[in-house]
Ligand binder design. Structure first.
Ligand SMILES: [Zn+2]
Length: 485
């Protein structure tokens, strides 16, 4: 017999209302699970219990799903990326940064662990990890305790710059082919892992860096294996203009005509669609194309908002019928903070408070992500679903008064109130401490890796600039007489 754990008399349970396909508050209830599966969600559990958790000061909610992240690289950009952007590239710093700042393989290992720790500390239980293939990736993912969807990214071209404004490409189609083959092999290996928590996503990196054949074959491979496909698409104004130059079509129109938009497709980030105010294209068909094809969108507000960009807008996409999930695409890997920012940006963009709600954002961060990944057993507290559970401390200073616990969590407390996390029925985080990884050691590895990355920047940057020139500190050093106001 599998041991049963019961969270007894929880002050608040975010329960799944299957009939209405929505989350609902159950104020006072029990949640029980055996092995990796939820066995009861309701007012009173009467079955045999091996372990009881007192829920009287807790909110029990489903684990969050980070639908788009880059754990290998983003942790190294802390203190580097937040205010880095290139005005002559429509504010995006993506191309300059990804060329100039590249953590090495040793560093990337530590980066993954730091990212995974941040996720567990902020209530994420499932993650789409978009990374290039590094040795030991599967072992790290398994060790993390998270449910990891490994998305090994590959491309037929790499970005490069000769100056500070024009995005250029170095094509190597054979490398793209090898990348797809290696990705499919890794996905197969991950799926067979005995933990039962690992699986894969076919991930041609960007719509502008892959040949049409590679994109088409990637989609066919995803269909054949019945796994999701994810690709960056409509993520910058530069990309939009390049796709117009090449094909006379918006990135979304190009993807639709290629036949790669579908319910198994997750676009990061589908922000610069044809009617976005920053591109002002003459067509207005992209949003409808997403709806008609059932394509999912991974919405990651932080990295774009830092440049001055926003989706226009979350509520409008949702009302049109697009399934959205929430991703981070940035450090911190904090989906709760992304929910808050997504709500605020949508309202600012729409100039309308009613355009979206915390309930809609929470749906996206749980069920939206699960649906995008084709997993009806994730993102919800319901009998038969996976036991991916987050316990939120209602007694936390930042939660009180907890009249509406979800609002307290999203608008105020965020990760500070996330107390315990179970994934697949196993406790992996408790009281602000990750139980599966050495967070301190990983942070030290990231700090050292960041030093090497910054040191090597001049050899990679198109203008040979130092890291300090590309991304200056937020304040001058005392005594430095340069740039005096
Ligand atoms: Zn991304």
């Amino acid at each position: 017999m599998t041991a049963t754990t019961c969270i007894r008399n929880a002050a608040c349970v975010i329960a799944w209302d299957a009939a209405n396909h929505r989350h609902a508050y159950l104020m006072g209830g029990d949640v029980a699970f055996a092995g990796d599966t939820l066995t009861y969600v309701g007012p009173r559990y009467d079955g045999v219990t091996d372990t009881t958790i007192d829920g009287s000061d807790l909110m029990v909610m489903p684990g969050l799903i980070d639908l788009h992240s880059h754990p290998s690289t983003e942790p190294f950009y802390r203190g580097v990326r937040e205010e880095h952007g290139v005005p002559a590239m429509y504010m995006s710093g993506l191309y300059e940064r990804s060329v100039a700042f590249q953590p090495d393989a040793t560093a990337r290992k530590a980066g993954k662990q730091v990212a995974f720790c941040e996720m567990l500390l902020s209530g994420v239980t499932s993650v789409a990890d978009l990374s290039s293939i590094d040795e030991g990736w599967i072992d790290l993912a398994a060790q993390s305790g998270l449910r990891v969807f490994l998305a090994p990214s590959y491309a037929s071209a790499r970005w490069h710059l000769d100056n500070g404004w024009a995005l250029k490409y170095r094509w190597d189609e054979a490398a793209g082919r090898r990348g797809l083959d290696a990705a499919l092999a890794l996905i197969e290996q991950a799926t067979a892992h005995p933990s039962g928590r690992l699986s894969g996503i076919v991930s041609p990196a960007q719509i502008d860096t892959c040949t049409e054949d590679l994109l088409r074959d990637s989609f066919a491979a995803a269909e054949a294996r019945d796994v999701p496909l994810t690709v960056h698409c409509a993520q910058s104004v530069n990309e939009f203009q390049i796709m117009i130059d090449r094909h006379g079509k918006s990135p979304i129109q190009f993807a639709r005509d290629l036949g790669i938009l579908s319910p198994r497709t997750v676009l990061g980030h589908a922000m610069f669609i044809d009617e976005h105010s920053w591109v002002r294209w003459h067509t207005h068909t992209d949003l409808a194309a997403l709806v008609e094809t059932g394509t999912n969108v991974a919405h990651c507000p932080s990295p774009f908002a830092r440049y001055g960009h926003t989706l226009e807008d979350f509520g409008r996409y949702r009302r049109a019928g697009v399934n959205l999930g929430i991703g981070t695409d940035v450090a911190p890997h904090n989906v709760i903070e992304e929910m808050r920012l997504a709500a605020i940006l949508a309202r600012v963009s729409a100039r309308d408070i009613t355009t979206t709600s915390v309930g809609a954002l929470f749906h996206a961060a749980t069920v939206g992500g699960a649906d995008a990944l084709g997993r009806s057993d994730l993102g919800r507290l319901a009998e038969g679903a996976k036991a991916d559970i987050v316990l939120v401390d209602l007694g936390n200073t930042w939660m009180r008064p907890a009249r509406d616990p979800l609002r307290s969590l999203v608008f105020t407390a965020a990760d500070r109130a996330v107390h315990t996390v179970f994934v697949h029925g196993t406790k992996v985080m408790e009281d602000g401490r990750v139980l599966t990884m050495d967070h301190e050691a990983a942070l030290a590895g990231v700090a050292e890796g960041q030093q090497r990355m910054l040191r090597d920047a001049p050899s990679r940057d198109w203008a040979g600039r130092s890291a300090e020139e590309i991304s200056p500190l937020s304040l001058p050093l005392l005594g430095d007489r340069r740039n005096q106001a």
